[in-house]
Structures are given as C-alpha cells and as structure tokens.
Design a binder for this molecule. Structure first.
Ligand code: IFM
Length: 450
C-alpha cells in the first residue's frame, strides 16, 4: 500500500466512551447516563462514569497519540459539559476541550472535532430530545459556542457522528439511548439531526465566515441480496434505503428517497415536519465527507419484517462483533458514492475492529486486528489509485472504551485498557500502525511531489 505525501493518518474516540468524570467540571447527565441506569439495556449495567478516565489522563493519552505518529486525532465534545442546563453555558466544560486541542497542537497533532457523538443532555431529552424541532436551535446554540471558542485551534469540524445510530438505533430499534421503539419518532429525530447539521454548516461558513473545513460523518454499509430473486433484491433495496440512502439522499441531493417514505408511511402518517427550506439547508455544501466503515450487510426477503428484510447467513470471516470483514465491499461502497453522490474529499473517519484480546505478560498479540486494518488500508490505497480521492484514515479506536450497549465487553482499541488500574498497554496493532505511519513518513521525507 502507498499513500500520497499529504494523506493523513489518525485515530479516533468519543467523549462518553472515554472521558469518565461524569459529574465533574459542571457536567450534568446525558441520555447515555440515564440509559445505562436502566436494567437490561447495557451489558452488565456498565456505564461511562469512569470509562478510560481520559478527562484526568488526557495528557498521558496525548503522549501515546504522539508516539503513534498520527497526524490527527478525532475526538468529540460532550454537550452536557458545555450546556449542563438549558441556556446555561459552562466555560469550565469548554476549558477542558480548549486544553485538549491546545496540547494536541503543541505536539503537532491536528484536532478533528465532532460536535455530536450521541451524548444528548438530559435536559434536552426531557423536552422531547431530537423528536422536538426545537432541538435544532439548542444544537445551534451549542455549536455556535464551540465555533466561537475553538475554531482557531481546530483543524476540522464534524457536525454529527452516525445519525443512523442516533436516530434509528436510539428511537426506532431502541438499543441505543434513549431506547425508544417508535418509527414515527425516529424519522422525525433523524430529520432534526440532519437539519441541525445543515444549519451548523451555514452558521460556520456563511455567518462566521470561517474557513475551517466542516463535514458530516455517516456510517454506511453496502447491502447485498442473498440471491438474485426479485424478493431478495427488494429486501436489499429496503435495507439500503434504511441504512444508507435515508442519509445520503438528503445530504447530497436535498431529498428523501420516495420509496422509503412510502415504506415508512405505515408509521409516519404525515411528513409535515419537513418544512419549506429544510431540504436545501440539509444539503448545504460541506468541505469533506466523513465515512465510518465497519462491515457489509447481506439480506433476504422476510414478509414478517416491517421493511420486508432480514439479515441473511454469511460465511465471511467475522470480527468480535460478529460483523463480516469486507474490504472489497468497502471498495464497492466508495465507488458507488463517487458515481452517485459526491466529489467531495473523503475521510474514513472510523474503521477498526473489536476482537477478543488476550493480555499475556503485558502484551496483546492482536494479529486479527492488524489484518483487518491492513486490508482496509490496502483498499484505501487501491481506491486512491483509481482516483477516489480519500484524503485520510482514522483508526477506531485509540483505546478500548465503553462500546455502548456492549459496555466494556468489546474492545476496539489499539491501546489495551486495564479498567482496574487504567494502565494503557500497546497492543501489537498499535506498534504496527505506528510502523505504517513511520514508513509512510520516511518514504516521503525527501520528496517534494505529492
Ligand atoms: O464505538 C462505535 C463508535 O462510537 C461509533 N462508530 C462505531 C464504533 C464501533 O461500534
């Protein structure tokens, strides 16, 4: 594999998954604190109260990031640290992220900042959360103060991480906070999340005339039909609509896919929450497009399912999450995005894998993770040879962390966390990734060409 000189290597985390300090610095609870507290929602009732204690150990963590040699580090801001109550700005919360960004910069690491990675403040949830259109204004107040305070020390902004999870997993499937199971709510929540994205882009670029690049990150899974039958192809189309097109079409084409509106209309009796001008706002031009890729989907027809689809058996090798390892399908996805949606520079804002790591004599030999990342980096390299313009890659994740409803049971990190002692231990994958980056830099050290 080979990359142009200015290709950026990074690693990523998110606030609730690593910070801990749940009741310090003025922070109030988010929907995830509430969700973790409900019996049966999160593996062994784990929560983010302490997590990786990154809030107190961020300086140590930056040393690890520096040692990896990455160009950039992606983290998210916890909304309840910034607005612990409605309309109440908390400078102490902002100070944490300012320090973090400044320390990263001092080490020559570019901060890539996600504004929303799922920790909605409880005060917002109590007023209807994302289902309430006012959430767009609350988000804008929050984004505005982030831009005002941090724009000069941030290298790129991501408005939202994976609206599919925040919207559909949170309000339709119910396996993420707030744990609702209501399609009507989910479709409205997604709309308001996307609208808040568009408005934040307008705010930064038009009103504040900032030149800092801004984009959105979608998690996308290419879908395949189990067989070529008309039924399975229908299932594939619906799965693709639910996971991918419901987000891609509004962001890049300014419209929701009509076939999916039709399908959703069994639960969503009117679409009057889509107000004049909304779709133009949602499709406001961004500077880049962030993609989180983990796996593909393979589906078959199932008449008993609301959307006429069900996951089908696949004989692919799997990660510890049971997800198919599918670098070729990742290539299909990127080619399709280029053909059907956008010419924007692409960043892979997350890619990585959980495996059942074993810590033995202070070492973790995670060859499976190395293979996974290598295969996807090779795919990026091949795609760029085809002219796909992928400008960077963020490995998920810097360290083992709170994997949402799976708690600490699933480990995605390249640093192993001993959650008893908070010791950070380099897995083989971290050493390998550092080597890939060092080789890349050495290769380009003297070259002037891109
Ligand atoms: O841990 C998550 C992350 O928060 C969002 N993208 C997927 C990761 C792995 O499930």
């Amino acid at each position: 594999m080979h990359f142009k000189k200015d290709f950026v290597f990074g690693t990523a985390t998110s606030s609730y998954q690593i910070e801990g300090a749940h009741n310090e610095g003025g922070r109030t609870p988010s929907i995830w604190d509430m969700f973790c507290d409900i019996d049966g929602r999160v593996f062994e009732k784990h929560n983010g109260d302490v997590a990786c204690d990154h809030y107190h150990r961020y300086e140590e963590d930056i040393k690890h990031i520096k040692k990896l040699g990455v160009d950039t580090y992606r983290f998210s801001i916890a909304w309840p640290r910034i607005f612990p109550a409605k309309g109440e700005y908390n400078p102490e919360g902002m100070a944490f992220y300012k320090n973090l960004a400044l320390c990263l910069r001092e080490e020559g690491i570019k901060p890539a900042v996600t504004i929303y990675h799922w920790d909605l403040p409880m005060w917002a949830h109590e007023e209807g959360g994302w289902v309430n259109r006012e959430s767009v204004d609350w988000f804008l107040d929050y984004a505005k103060v982030c831009f005002e305070e941090l724009d000069d020390i941030v290298d790129s902004w991501i408005t939202h991480n994976e609206p599919w999870c925040a919207g559909f997993l949170g309000y339709h499937v119910g396996v993420h906070a707030p744990g609702h199971r209501d399609m009507n709510e989910a479709v409205r929540a997604v709309h308001h999340i996307l609208l808040s994205h568009g408005k934040a882009v307008e705010l930064l670029k038009r009103e504040m005339t900032s030149t800092t690049p801004i984009g959105i990150t979608l998690n996308l899974s290419p879908m395949y039909a189990k067989t070529d039958s008309a039924n399975d192809r229908l299932a594939m189309n619906n799965a693709d609509g639910y996971s991918n097109r419901w987000f891609l079409d509004p962001v890049f084409k300014g419209e929701y896919p009509v076939d999916m509106m039709n399908l959703f209309s069994k639960y969503v009796h009117n679409f009057d929450f889509i107000q004049p001008g909304d779709m133009e706002t949602i499709s406001t031009a961004c500077d880049f497009f962030g993609i989180n890729f983990y796996s593909r989907g393979i589906v078959e027809f199932n008449a008993a399912n609301d959307f006429l689809k069900a996951d089908a058996y696949s004989d692919y090798e799997k990660t510890g999450m049971g997800w198919d390892i599918a670098p070729n399908e990742f290539k299909d996805l990127i080619r399709r995005l280029r053909a059907e949606y956008t010419d924007l520079p692409i960043y892979i804002t997350e890619n990585g894998a959980a495996f059942d790591d074993v810590l033995e004599n202070g070492e973790v030999h995670d060859d499976n993770r190395i293979d996974y990342v290598r295969q996807h980096l090779e795919a990026v390299s091949d795609l760029n040879d085809e002219g796909m313009n992928i400008q960077g890659y963020y490995l998920w994740s810097l360290m083992d962390n709170f994997e949402w409803s799976f708690g600490y049971e699933k480990r995605f990190g390249i640093l192993y966390i001993d959650f008893e002692t908070q010791e950070r231990i380099w897995k083989d994958s971290a050493k390998w990734y550092a080597g890939v980056i060092a080789d890349h830099k050495a290769k380009h050290a003297d070259s002037v060409e891109a």
